[in-house]
Design a protein. Sequence first.
Length: 717
Amino acid sequence: DLPSAFDNFKTLLNTNFQPADTATMSALRKTFLDDYINEKVGQATVVTLVKVAPENKQIVFKNFDADSTTTVLDKQYLTTKFVEIINNDFTSIALMSSVLVFFVLLLTYGRIELTLISFIPMFITFIWILGIMGIFGMQFNIINIIISAFIFGLGDDYSLFIMDGLLQEYKTGKKNLSSYKSSIFLSAITTVAGLGVLIFAKHPALRSIAIISIVGIICVVIMSQILIPFLFNMLLRNRVQKNKFPWTLSGFLKSIFAFGYFIFGTIILTVLGILFIKLNPFGKEKGKYVYHLFISKYCRSLMYIIANVKKTIINPQHENFSTPAVIICNHQSELDILCTAMLHPKLILFTNQRVWNASVSGFLVRMADYYPVIYGADSSIDLVADRVKHGYSVVVFPEGTRSVDGNMKRFHKGAFYLAEKLNLDILPLIIHGTNYTLSKKDTLLKDGKVTLKFLPRIKPEDKTFGIGYTERTKLIGRYFRGEFAKLRGELEQPSYFREKLIYNYIYKGPVLEWYMKIKTRLEKNYQLFHHLLPKQGKILDGGCGYGFMSYMLQFAATEREITGIDYDEEKIETANHCFSKNDKINFIHADIAKFNFEKYDGIVLADMLHYLQPVEQKQAIENCMESLNENGVLIIRDGNSEMAEKHKGTKLTEFFSTKFFGFNKTTQNGLSFLSASFVREIANEHKMECNVIDETKYTSNIIFVIKKKTASVHAAV
């Protein structure tokens, strides 16, 4: 209100100032103005600070909207923009980190299934944390972004710890999971205690750190302790405890595709049944034939669209079902119905009550005139006779129920009673491989080999198999089981069980899995050893390692009782913890030089004697010879040092095995390769016959087959 309040300002306005010199101006710029002036060639920017009340900000923005040379910036705008940039970068970084973590897990575990089991809980944890932050209205800032990254890192560690504990227990049976869980709880408690106290801070940013820390740690602990074991147990451990194969992603997708195709086809066939059977536009008999034709084509399409299942039909008699017959089949799997129904349209199947009353396929089964065995053969005479009159054959599974282990059960009399009453041929049809491909009470479709073999028809007047259906039931059943055993012997060679062996060693580490696959392929699935060893009796596998050959030999001949020994305890623990292990195969941690031998029908020393010194080698061979039963055989495979050029290849493979990859352990004395003459001398000392098999190309690993000399050999000597 004073008149002189602006006098000094007026004086400054009216004063005639002179331009400052360069030195003065430079000092002035440097001291006061350089923070607000930015000069480039042909361009200069001057920043001016203006303090405005919050309610007047929009007025300032509006007044300068039309001025292209002036830009108005607000601190709040800059802060918001800065946080937005950080959030965008955080999203990109989180995405890239997730992809990197996924591929690291894939490389570490070597299986997409284990990677997903570990990664999915991490992803769910991330979603949980974001959701809880949204519920509490918390926004990302620089500090809690850093804390979030720290929490996610802990979640990764916790998941890996739990997965490692589960895998170790799955591989060897060692129960270390509880110690891993305790470590995780201690880590979580200390982290929550260290960062959670900030919940009492007055500053909102500090409280947000505490909330994110507490919420994040709780989420990652729950996911690692509960979800990962749940998924692991559901897909792997619970199944192998029931002697079922563990799930794989490829197996899951194949099974989903097959069952999806089955359900879709069943629905379509049901609709067609209503059209051709219920509405009956072409007449009753023609409609039934057309419907059966659709069923047969659909079953064939389903069997052949499953590309992972190989199909073989052995039909030496060129059976074409031109004459009705009672077809008897062994029953191993639900696939048996598809295998038989696809053979010809004019087939009537006897089914059990479960299939007859099935929610999806039951309506189809009833419209196709399939017959439930629960009503007995007596009640089915009229129906079957009517169908036979129109050229239909009857398919019966005389065992009555599916076999769990693939071995045939006793035949019931119903099929043979029908054949006698209706004067029909009996056509035996052997089904092999469906039990493995789709096992009883399982939904995993494995890469199997299904074989159908027709046996010659048995005429009603053929007395070879007895008179009357009771006697024919027993004799034909015995004949069927004999032919089935022959077919099994032909088909169930070691290569047939390759996938089964692989399933026993997957999820036990990528190195072991690939070593097993390469090793067994190079060994041609141990076919030669299977051929040389007795098909039954006690077998000793000295230096069995992880048990690859022991399992393959037992799979291919179930009457073998196999004992595997090895001085590497971890390998023995792994071999003993395969889900296919049964009471006919056992593994012992032992040094063959100190092992208490029993009597054996066959002994194998494959690629293990060179880990012993010459004195120990001789003693081990002699112990094996003395432990053979009368007709026993000792098989030795090892590098022959007398084959100089090829022996270089053997030494190279042993270098990679012992030094580079570390699959096999050596003693302080190192390796000592024997010679063929050394083995022959020991055999001669013990009056044993020694034959050599040399099928090597690049190594000196030859096979010695040692048996007791026969009488003719003794006479010649």
